[in-house]
Design a protein. Structure first.
Lengths: 115, 112
């Protein structure tokens, strides 16, 4: 069983379109994250949610809106897509334990290409 | 600004060689140092280090944290072609908005 899953795996779309990426984890974790990995393989955090509450929002344009309907899901909606949004988007999850977050488990990634 | 720097950026070795990958960090409210291996897809977790000087081992891989020097190393002995990957180092912060700050990774290529 896949621990952290994302859909779709690949997304090719035109500039200006709106798209969503979905993420689900079956690890029972209480915290979920979205990361962006650019063409140089640099992985950077975008958002994190703990128990459906936004914890981190790292200077990401307003066009990106995360939504967490429950602890097991964190979706990412992107409005008015731009060329610079092309990247691989990774979802991850972790568990708050012992007063801190522990290791994060990553999903397989969604490769977004904006034409 | 929080920063994690890895070196070298890339490394090519032959099977059987031993490699050492370096990671240094400057983050506010440091809590832990994590190593991940990324092959074609998702980063997979290797180690999490929170205490200085205590080596963690998993097979041919080992890692240690030096909080005084704000650094960590990842050693791989008797490398195999299957070790070829990007190795990512991340500093975990604490206190409110906890997050992982990643380095740019070291691309390791092990040739037969």
């Amino acid at each position: 069983d896949t621990a952290v899953s994302q859909t779709p795996k690949y997304l090719v779309t035109q500039m200006g379109n709106d798209k969503s990426i979905k993420c689900e984890q079956n690890l029972g974790h209480d915290t979920m994250y979205w990361y962006k990995q650019d063409s140089k393989k640099f992985l950077k955090i975008m958002f994190s949610y703990n128990n459906k509450e936004l914890i981190i929002n790292e200077t990401v344009p307003n066009r990106f809106s995360p939504k967490s309907p429950d602890k097991a899901h964190l979706n990412l909606h992107i409005n008015s897509l731009e060329l610079g949004d092309s990247a691989v988007y990774f979802c991850a999850s972790s568990q708050w334990r012992g007063g801190a977050y522990n290791e994060q488990f990553f999903g397989p990634g969604t490769r977004l290409t904006v034409l | 600004e929080d920063k994690v720097v890895q070196s070298p950026l890339s490394l090519v070795v032959h099977e059987g060689d031993t490699v050492t990958l370096n990671c240094s960090y400057e983050v506010t409210n440091f809590r832990s140092l994590l190593w991940y291996k990324q092959e074609k897809k998702a980063p997979t977790f290797l180690f999490m280090l929170t205490s200085s000087g205590i080596e963690k081992k998993s097979g041919r891989l080992s890692s240690i944290l030096d909080k005084k020097e704000l650094s960590s190393i990842l050693n791989i002995t008797a490398t195999q072609t299957g070790d070829s990957a990007i190795y990512l180092c991340a500093a975990g912060t604490q206190g409110g908005s906890e997050k992982l700050v990643f380095g740019k990774g070291t691309k390791l290529t092990v040739n037969p």
